[in-house]
Design a protein around this ligand. Sequence first.
Ligand code: ADP
Ligand code: MG
Length: 322
Amino acid sequence: MSLREDIPDRLIIAIGGNAMHPEGSRGSAQEQKQIAADTARSLLPVMELGTELVITHGNGPVVGKMLLRHAIARGRVEPMPLDICVAHSQGGIAYLLMQALENALRAKGNPRHVVCLLTQVEVDPRDPAFQNPTKPIGYFYTEEEARALSAEMGWNMREDSGRGWRHVVPSPAPKHIVDISLIQTVANSGSVVIAGGGGGVPVVREGMGQRRGVEAVIDKDRTTALMANVLGIKDMIILTAVSRVAINYGKPDQRNLDRVSLSEIRRLHAEGHFPPGSMGPKIDAAIQFLEGGGRRVMIGRLEEAIPMLRGETGTHIMADSP
Ligand code: ADP
Ligand code: MG
């Protein structure tokens, strides 16, 4: 089958913050550019087909490093609150992606534009997440380091999927994506749109429609699902650091999932296979998206977008047939 038959006319792709900023990497500018270039190579065939494409991305590791930088330099430079850090990370990550995607297109003589929209996302100030931080950001620490940071900085620290200890922050549910119609307009015009980076800058809406930033990081997978549902996009790809979703993840009886139905994934989620802060939000997002009219969710490795669209790899979660 030709690639055109495998690729839907409209597609939303969420790129993992951790996949773009892997654990083992130092996160140097060179490393980040390389990963952006690899991402562009992976997505180039989709961009070349002219598919209507909206891209979102995470920011967990990057925003965590910003906070640490601010913490270390706090005697000299005023630290910034988390909403401003999210906005900085949106700009920085989208800049690298936008440049790499356009460079890949230009290398093929393709003039398609890639546009980045700074995105605010409204959350409910009464969201219970503000009382229970679950979203890991920044470096992995040993338990001892984590205790020291918690005591010094007042950070909440939590163990993350057997990979080490991390700073966790509130991750409220996205309620409304500001300027969503503008995202649609730009996507319709033929440009690739990068929006909702880092889940969007979390804001609350007040009496007369004024907005104010709040200290949280929205999970980008949930923002992506909401965006896709509102835009009426039926196919969602979540690119991350593992090639498939697994049950009994990290245990001797781990089993990778190939193709599952919405009802099946709901049941597995209820059994506790998908932890908060990593795979849990992706599965929540997948369920929300399929319940909201989505057709199919693909979860897999950043480098494997095309093989995934061809059905050769990844975990495919399908809406239940009516
Ligand atoms: P991203 O930055 O792409 O959102 P996360 O680290 O938030 O990535 O979530 C993906 C990670 O979740 C995987 O790389 C893996 O380490 C971890 N994980 C936890 N549970 C599972 C599971 N059941 N199946 C696959 N991966 C899992
Ligand atoms: Mg994540």
